[in-house]
Ligand binder design. Structure first.
Ligand code: ZN
Length: 501
């Protein structure tokens, strides 16, 4: 006789397999698929998502869950099994609220929208994408209605990416962070001649850039036996197993930082997945707990490590050996200054640490306004330009550098952007604790040793997957909830020192 818990685990493992198979289709669409495959792939994804959803929300899953709840009732509430049942139950309740039709239609529409957006972005053609965004916003409104919310429509959507967080909480954090970012951006602008980043825009062949970045991430701990790196229009990371992660990069021969920092960033995401305890494979816990925490890991490796002076003391000579002509007149100091230059720019993924948060804040406002019908979809490019000008003081010359730049809306993800800034905050909060636990952290980075740092992250964060909530993890690790202070202290210290104000 098979016990209740085993029966539930078997069913959830199969659902997990279907989800991961769907992720393979999505990865392939962005990395390998010829444009002609777009319509068929959209149908394939829609069908697979519909089947996965139906299997998960079926009464049979509910019956197995009820039996499993009884089976784990007497166990340690923090055991893997007890936590697994609780997380599965919460997922089940949420998923039951979403009609299968809505899920399939979202998959179909967003699947087709990707091809449309890619072309529209290339041709600077907003009108081509506009009707698709209209459909996607509408699908998100329907999703929010199905999921339910008490205060604002945005709450229902945000909860998908950052469980238990509300728009009001996001707003209050952003209100603390915004004046500090504005002040630092102004301070840097007033001393703009202190730092030059011209060296980053010399010529660096694509192959050399990729090889260097691969060498760095391998030393961080990215295992190419359990991961791949490819090129795509928009860099991203995904994974189909704890032992199979994928990252992508875009390379520009006239920009040294685009591929390098993009790769360090995606590597940070991948290391999180690779660090989940193998015992959690094929369970609902074998994933990251929230996108804010996920992003904390990418930003930690990209910025707190990759944009530190210690990092450049170690890697500048390595990079110079690879590009002896382009870097002949440079030093570790000049490279460190170049990669940290603060300058308001159009593209979020290439923004410096200080202005990055401002990109997020205006997207958050814009998404709210779209969902609440405060602006019409055809007004989005102008609204984007106006907000960008208010927050960053720059106006995108074309819609490609404006409202068409990000893939999130194309993929149907509204409520996602705030998690990026939350990730920066969490990264600094964790870093403060890591520096206490590893007093020689900077020394290790300067020697190109990352096993201490990665080991700390695996032990304290990665291994748990979704076993604890984001708030529980922050509490367990740092002794308190989300706190913007370490992030602001880090930025002020670093940039006042760099710019001398
Ligand atoms: Zn990221």
């Amino acid at each position: 006789m098979i016990d209740a818990l085993t029966s539930l685990k078997t069913r959830l493992a199969e659902i997990c397999d279907l989800r991961n198979a769907g992720m393979v289709l999505s990865w392939d669409r962005q990395v390998n698929m010829p444009p002609g495959g777009s319509a068929a792939r959209a149908e394939q994804s829609a069908t697979l998502q519909k089947i996965t959803h139906e299997m998960f929300v079926a009464n049979e899953t509910g019956r197995l869950l009820d039996a499993a709840v009884n089976a784990v009732a007497k166990r340690d509430p923090d055991s893997d099994d007890a936590r697994m049942v609780r997380v599965a139950q919460r997922d089940y309740e949420k998923a039951r609220k979403l009609p299968a039709e809505l899920i399939a239609e979202t998959a179909r529409v967003t699947g087709q929208a990707i091809g449309i957006w890619t072309l529209a972005r290339k041709n600077n053609d907003w009108p081509a994408f506009e009707p698709w965004l209209e459909k996607i916003v509408d699908l998100n409104r329907r999703r929010a209605d199905a999921l339910g919310y008490t205060e604002r429509i945005y709450d229902a959507l945000l909860d998908q990416f950052e469980p238990d967080m509300t728009s009001a909480q996001v707003e209050s954090v952003f209100n603390v962070v915004k004046p500090a970012l504005v002040e630092l951006t102004k301070g840097a602008a007033a001393h703009a001649d202190k730092l030059s980043n011209a060296v980053l825009f010399r010529e660096y062949d694509e192959g050399g850039q990729l090889e260097f970045a691969r060498e760095v991430i391998q030393q961080f701990g990215f295992d190419f036996e359990q991961g791949r790196q490819d090129k795509s229009v928009h860099p991203f990371s995904t994974g189909f197993s704890i032992h199979d992660v994928r990252i992508t990069t875009r390379v520009n021969r006239n920009s040294l930082s685009s591929a390098l920092f993009g790769m360090l960033h995606e590597c940070g995401h991948a290391l999180y997945r690779l660090g989940i305890a193998p015992a959690l494979e094929r369970t609902v816990l074998a994933s990251v707990v929230s996108l804010g925490l996920h992003e904390s890991q990418s930003r930690l490796w990209e910025n707190l490590v990759g944009r530190s002076f210690a990092f450049w003391k170690h890697y500048f000579p390595v990079l110079q050996k690879r590009f002896p002509e382009a870097l002949a007149d440079q030093t570790a100091e000049t490279l460190y200054c170049a990669v940290n230059r603060v300058s308001p720019s159009f593209i979020r993924v290439e923004a410096d640490e200080v202005t990055y948060g401002l990109h997020i804040m205006f997207r958050f406002e814009l998404e709210n306004e779209m969902l609440e019908r405060k602006i019409k979809i055809r007004e989005v490019p102008e609204a984007w330009a106006a907000k960008m000008s208010t927050f960053l003081g720059v106006t995108p010359p074309t819609v490609r550098e404006g409202a068409l730049q990000d893939i999130h809306w194309v993929l149907g993800s509204f409520g996602y952007f705030p998690t990026y800034l939350l990730g920066n905050l969490i990264a600094s909060q964790l870093w403060e604790k890591i520096e206490t636990d590893i007093p020689d952290l900077a020394g290790q980075i300067e020697r190109g040793e990352f096993s201490g740092l990665l080991g700390w992250l695996r032990e304290n964060l990665h291994q748990h997957g979704r076993k604890f909530t984001a708030q529980e993890l922050l509490q367990r690790i740092t002794g308190r909830g989300l706190d913007a202070a370490p992030y602001l202290a880090y930025l002020r210290r670093k940039y006042r020192d760099l710019y001398g104000f």
